[in-house]
Design a binder for this molecule. Sequence first.
Ligand SMILES: NC(=O)c1ccc[n+]([C@@H]2O[C@H](COP(=O)([O-])OP(=O)(O)OC[C@H]3O[C@@H](n4cnc5c(N)ncnc54)[C@H](O)[C@@H]3O)[C@@H](O)[C@H]2O)c1
Length: 335
Amino acid sequence: MNRKVLVTGGAGYVGVELVSSLLDSGFDVVVYDLFWFLSEEYFNKFGDSLKVIKGDIRDTVKLRSAMDGCSDLIHLACISNDPSCDLNPELAKSINYDCFEQIVRDAKASSISRFIFASSSSVYGLREEPNVTEDLELRPLTDYSKYKMLCEEILKEYSDESFTTVSLRPATVCGYSDRMRLDVVVNILTNFAVNRGLIKVFGGEQLRPNIHIKDMVRCYLTLLMAPREQINGKSYNVGADNYKVIDIAKIISKATNVNNIKVTPTDDNRSYHISSLKIKNELGFQVELGVEDAVTELVKHFKDGKIPNSFEDIKYFNVKYLQENKIDENSSRFR
Ligand SMILES: NC(=O)c1ccc[n+]([C@@H]2O[C@H](COP(=O)([O-])OP(=O)(O)OC[C@H]3O[C@@H](n4cnc5c(N)ncnc54)[C@H](O)[C@@H]3O)[C@@H](O)[C@H]2O)c1
């Protein structure tokens, strides 16, 4: 196929599954990551079509040289949720925003002709509209979401006939990955049900859109293959079920036979629901899996011991990992 895809954050929750699928689909792949949550050795099982580089995206010289010979860039690397960004705002800004424009500029000056950016559906903030579509004004409520919005704006400025850019605004991802995250809603609740016999729900009435990790990965492949004129300079929502958290709890209860659902009031009433019609109408992309599928697979993997020490091991929880490893804006810096 002669396409080589550079994936920043390729050793993250979405990244590892994406990399494996890209390789299966015949792409050459370069993973560029700091390997916070997964070791470089994990990738030894893949063949020569994969190159692995340990590097910081803020090291723009190193990242620029990783771009050589690549045709596409999928930019996933970041501090990837609100609490982790709030933990160290300077670190979050330096990774999620400050280096971004230089990365885009370098990509454009290199052999890369398609840049796919992992944004987030949280860019919309809290909305009353029944259908949150891409044309709505963005009202990000947190640093994490604000930097996603700002990066989308920067990226769009660089798009032209020879440099295709697109931003994806995914719902919250759920399901099993070889680099597991247990700090995203469906995975958190399933962990509690299977391993504590209890489903703890904070609030419950908030709507939370979700997407199965396999659909997430397929969506990036769709963007890689889409005709350039169809996607250039655009942003797309993508999600499956817009469930209330309490309904997610009920799905998990059914799948696990754990009926002990404990509802506690919360201050975090963020509620949003997204429309994924644009990506369906323009690119024919539709999700194939739902929360039920993610939960069934997770239950199996917990029972098979593939997610050991699921409450104790901090690698499953981004904010705890950053906190306990004392990662700040200098500690992970290249010199
Ligand atoms: N997981 C979700 O629910 C979700 C939803 C919407 C959007 N997204 C976006 O998708 C992308 C991937 O999310 P994820 O869940 O896989 O996150 P993750 O935290 O599992 O992975 C992020 C990866 O980036 C790497 N990284 C962080 N800072 C880096 C740096 N300075 N240099 C190089 N590598 C660095 C980490 O080591 C990690 O492997 C992110 O951009 C995230 O904002 C995720």
